[in-house]
Write a protein that binds this ligand. Sequence first.
Ligand code: UDP
Length: 378
Amino acid sequence: MHILLVGAGLSGAVIGRTLAEAGHRITILEARDHIAGNCHTERDADTGVMVHVYGPHIFHTDDEEVWDYVNRFETFLPYKNRVKTTSRGQVFSLPINLHTINQFYGKTLRPDEARAFIEDQADTTIEDPQTFEEQALRFVGPDLYEAFFKGYTIKQWGMSPTELPASILKRLPVRFNYDDNYFFHQFQGMPENGYTAMVDRILDHPSITVHLSTTFTRDQADEYDHVFYAGPLDGWFDYDLGRLGYRTLDFERFTYDGDYQGCAVMNYGEETVPHTRITEHKHFSPWESHDGSVLYREFSRLAEPGDIPYYPIRQVDEKALLADYVAKAEGETGVTFVGRLGTYRYLDMDVTIREAMDTAAVFLEKGADTPVFVKAPL
Ligand code: UDP
């Protein structure tokens, strides 16, 4: 079969490779002038620093098959994400751990004492937290919530944490020990030569042809036996029901001669500081050494048409609209919607790869008549 893939990010690359290895011919259309989607990396010509062009991407997973898959195409070197946050004139450790708690309250609590102390701060009348704010008040109490989560979340999502789902905060652990690893997954690392080098190798197969700077239009689909579409779900339908909301990010790039902040990610918990965080890219490659430094000051805002979509908002209005688009998508034949944009979900890289592997496997088993995979739980 001759298969079209729209988008050369992780979904497109993994599906393309799997189907190419199974004997299919693959054409990939990518609107941007580079592969790898939002995990694209590029070495800065002046400093030699590997830059995460669309913001920080840290690979972490519990899925051994996914870990083996990425390591097949690129060497992953040890990297642990240790995030700091600045609030009220001090620097604290994230995710909230025993160091954060002791520093914040000026105490020397041991793990059990800290657990009991935080339980005292927490609002235990909230039995089943629904909103972000309820989740925070239930698990860390008002002081830590206000210092570290409230302002950051208002900046990141442009709305009150009372309107956001608890699931967003559930991404972050609270620890009663000094473990300051931001993630709790078994495997974590950084690609030695960047994500783009990895995706390039995944796509390096004689049956795969990639066309960069090529915008897909629906009429092109007719020339192929099947389409895997990793573009925005509403874009497939020319936004005819309206636009699904996204947050976009603006990066204010600056350079520094030396080490600017001593860590890769510094968050800013307060609403009065306009940026959410500053990333210092050379610290994402701790095995390298560079005198100069490239940094991004990161700002979040509502995406307008033409902006790069980052985070699906998935509020009440978006969910209703999403349900309408999903119904339309289910009426389509010959196309499979994949990835973060195709399914309008906040996907980590490992989950994106896992779903791409599974989608390709189902396709190979059942053929081109398989139903659309719109995995967009409402
Ligand atoms: N968050 C926060 N303060 C922080 C870091 C995160 O309030 O210092 C909240 C924020 O709402 C964010 C969510 O926790 O959207 C999830 O954080 P994560 O670091 O997973 O966000 P990502 O790196 O995906 O942007």
